[in-house]
Ligand binder design. Structure first.
Ligand SMILES: [Zn+2]
Ligand SMILES: [Zn+2]
Length: 263
């Protein structure tokens, strides 16, 4: 049965027709819910929620499972768009595995949200990302390629995400992340983060990428041929049994990204 029409998310479109606020973050970013529809997928049924924003033409969406409006401790994953990985199945990155496993994880729970943020290539855009790939093909090392790729504008990410969650009337979230530092970044925009769900997934045919790679240095996976891959998502998932990637704060998590001390 459909959830879209029963006084749930669909009502948000009407509510947001006149929505205006001071905005989130230094840029004063504001979003409106402008479209809601059922979206059956290969990993289960979702509702997809489309957002307009007042800063650029990027069309962010939320994949919603279960009743999230007014709910506490909603499992929430942030994913940044990657056309080459998500759509084309590129093995230069692990984005597709992250996306599908994130959706599967959310689907396995009572409710959950995946925010799909349209920030390709760490926010530098598809063209620049392809150029950086090209530079790597020509022999640039990962440090140089990293410089070419630039760094994600995290602050902007979290402002968008925070407003999207507020628009969905989520009272608090449990952030699906292997990086405890992400929590405070979301909290600074007023999102109540009730906890963290480590994103550790079992090995299977679909995450072969991980099994053939080993994390060596911060942000880089080194594959069997010794070729470096950049971690394009700010927060990689981990496969049970693989060597852990270098963490931004290794002291707080073990090799599987699980916390070793108090969160
Ligand atoms: Zn607003
Ligand atoms: Zn990618």
């Amino acid at each position: 049965m459909t959830n879209a029409g029963r006084g749930g998310l669909l009502d948000l479109v009407e509510r947001d027709r006149v929505h205006e606020c001071d905005g989130y973050g230094p840029a004063g970013l504001c979003v409106r819910v402008v479209g809601v529809a059922d979206l059956p997928t290969r990993v289960g049924r979702f509702q997809i929620v489309a957002f307009w924003n007042n800063r650029d033409a990027k069309e962010h969406v939320a994949m919603v499972h279960g009743d999230v409006m007014g709910a506490e401790e909603v499992p929430t994953r942030l994913h940044s768009e990657c056309l080459t990985g998500d759509v084309m199945g590129s093995l230069r990155c692990d984005c597709r595995d992250q996306l599908l496993e994130g959706l599967r994880l959310i689907q396995s729970m009572e409710r959950g949200i995946l925010l799909y943020l349209r920030q390709e290539g760490r926010g530098i855009g598809l063209i620049n990302k392809i150029r950086a790939y090209g530079l790597q093909d020509q022999g640039l090392d990962t440090v140089e390629a990293n410089l070419a790729l630039g760094f994600r504008d995290d602050e902007r990410d979290y402002a968008v995400a925070a407003h999207m969650l507020q628009s969905l009337v989520v009272k608090s979230v449990r952030l699906i992340t292997n990086n405890p530092n992400k929590i405070s970044q979301l909290e600074q925009y007023g999102v109540k983060v009730a906890g963290r769900i480590p994103h550790v997934i079992p090995p299977n045919d679909y995450n072969k990428f991980y099994l053939e790679t080993k994390a060596k240095r911060s942000g880089h996976y080194i594959d069997m041929e010794g070729k470096p891959h950049l971690a394009e998502q700010s927060d990689p998932v981990m496969v049970d049994g693989m060597d852990g990637p270098a963490e931004e704060n290794p002291a707080e998590t073990d090799a599987r990204g699980r916390p070793t001390g108090p969160a």
